[in-house]
Design a protein around this ligand. Structure first.
Ligand SMILES: Nc1ncnc2c1ncn2[C@@H]1O[C@H](COP(=O)(O)OP(=O)(O)O)[C@@H](O)[C@H]1O
Ligand SMILES: O=C(O)C1=C[C@@H](OP(=O)(O)O)[C@@H](O)[C@H](O)C1
Ligand SMILES: [Mg+2]
Length: 174
């Protein structure tokens, strides 16, 4: 039973790739943002504006804990690595942590176009401000990951293909 976690910055494609990967592996797909919205009964943007980021992070931590033993494909939110206890959960549990690495110019462009999903941390922010959120996170994504795919030049399907190749190779080595 392996739970596969997708980590990476906003716009890396964790939600999109998670759905496709779940389909290919016939595993259940869990998106922590969706789980949080269901639990609270409010969209992420409203949780941030009414309860604040700290409250969101606490619910996010509980949702991560709940997802650990689900044998699922888990799309995390980009801020999951900020908490040391979340990083410990990701690293200690026998799971795969896959980092969808994306160049800032690419995720900034994707975020600009993705008007359907309101991400409170990037709304109305300049390129410099978004980069300042990303930079300290980069090392945290890298420290948690078992495998990294640079998604900048790949379509979501190609990212899934890379992940499946990695998982198959690993299985053959066991
Ligand atoms: N590999 C990709 N190439 C081009 N666009 C992508 C890719 N992955 C995701 N996108 C697009 O970028 C936006 C953000 O994707 P999403 O899956 O929500 O990212 P995340 O969950 O990491 O924030 C969406 O509009 C999605 O269609
Ligand atoms: O990076 C972050 O701090 C966040 C990322 C979002 O998820 P995505 O990475 O799926 O956009 C969502 O959890 C929230 O807006 C905060
Ligand atoms: Mg997402």
């Amino acid at each position: 039973m392996t739970t596969i976690f997708l980590i990476g910055f906003m716009g890396a494609g964790k939600t999109t790739v998670g759905k496709l990967l779940a389909h290919s592996t016939q595993k259940r797909h869990l998106d922590l943002d969706v789980e949080i919205e269901k639990k609270v009964g409010q969209p992420i943007s409203q949780i941030f504006s009414e309860q604040g980021e700290l409250s969101f992070r606490k619910i996010e931590h509980e949702s991560l804990k709940k997802s650990m033993d689900q044998n699922a494909i888990v799309s995390t939110g980009g801020g999951i690595v900020l908490s040391a206890s979340n990083r410990a959960l990701l690293q200690e549990f026998s799971s795969e942590v896959i980092y969808l690495k994306t160049d800032p110019t690419v995720f900034i462009e994707r975020l600009k176009r993705d008007t359907k999903n309101v991400r409170p941390l990037v709304t109305d922010k300049s390129v410099e401000e978004i980069s300042a959120i990303y930079l300290p996170r980069e090392v945290l994504y890298e420290s948690c990951a078992n495998f990294t795919v640079n998604t900048s030049l790949y379509s979501p399907k190609e990212v899934v293909r890379e992940i499946l190749a990695y998982l198959n190779k690993k299985e053959q080595m066991l």
